[in-house]
Design a protein around this ligand. Structure first.
Ligand SMILES: [Zn+2]
Length: 185
């Protein structure tokens, strides 16, 4: 989804090296990301626009943390999100394919304000049309990847079981071994 893909632009090395990178600062990543989500902008972000994007990411991080902690959404965060959505208008169009109707939303502008509005709207949609209690932050404290848990029993604790899941299993195993070794025989 657009919103979580955007949030994960702040990348942390899940293996625990302490390395992290801000992919919003990488033009190639940004272009790929725009293409992936069929968004178009007339120009690369200015330094002010980049700062605004990072501000939006901070807002979403705060909101996601509150949701994961089962706290009520802060009124000022809601106001802020609405302000960002106001920055981008859409044109609605009824479409039909195989007798299935759909309303297509086309962004009016091709600027970063519009992109930010689309990100904010994508997040708002998950709260309305999906299940906010399925929003997760990876349980590996070095990773912090944000994702939507779409498993049937809502049990997805890690962004990826092969990577973070395995790593944490090994860490727990080693911690148990260490604890056992410390015990007097
Ligand atoms: Zn992870």
């Amino acid at each position: 989804m657009l919103w979580d893909d955007f949030m994960n632009s702040e990348w942390h090395d899940w293996r625990g090296s302490g390395k992290s990178e801000d992919r919003l600062d990488k033009p190639e990543w940004l272009n790929d990301w725009l293409e992936r989500h069929r968004l178009s902008v007339d120009a690369a972000p200015s330094s002010d626009e980049l700062a605004a994007l990072k501000q939006l990411r901070l807002l979403l991080q705060r909101m996601v943390k509150d949701i994961v902690a089962e706290l009520e959404m802060r009124a000022e965060d809601l106001t802020e999100l609405n302000k960002i959505m106001k920055g981008g208008a859409v044109i609605r169009r009824l479409t039909m394919a195989d007798r299935l109707y759909n309303i297509a939303l086309t962004p009016v502008d091709h600027n970063w304000r519009q992109v930010m509005a689309e990100i904010a709207a994508s997040f708002a949609h998950v709260l309305v049309d999906a299940d906010a209690s399925r929003i997760r932050i990876c349980d590996n404290p070095d990773c912090l990847w944000v994702y939507y848990d779409d498993t049937r029993n809502r049990s997805k604790k890690y962004c990826d079981d092969k990577c973070c899941g395995n790593l944490m299993k090994v860490r727990r195993f080693r911690a148990r071994q260490k604890a056992a070794a410390r015990k007097p025989t």
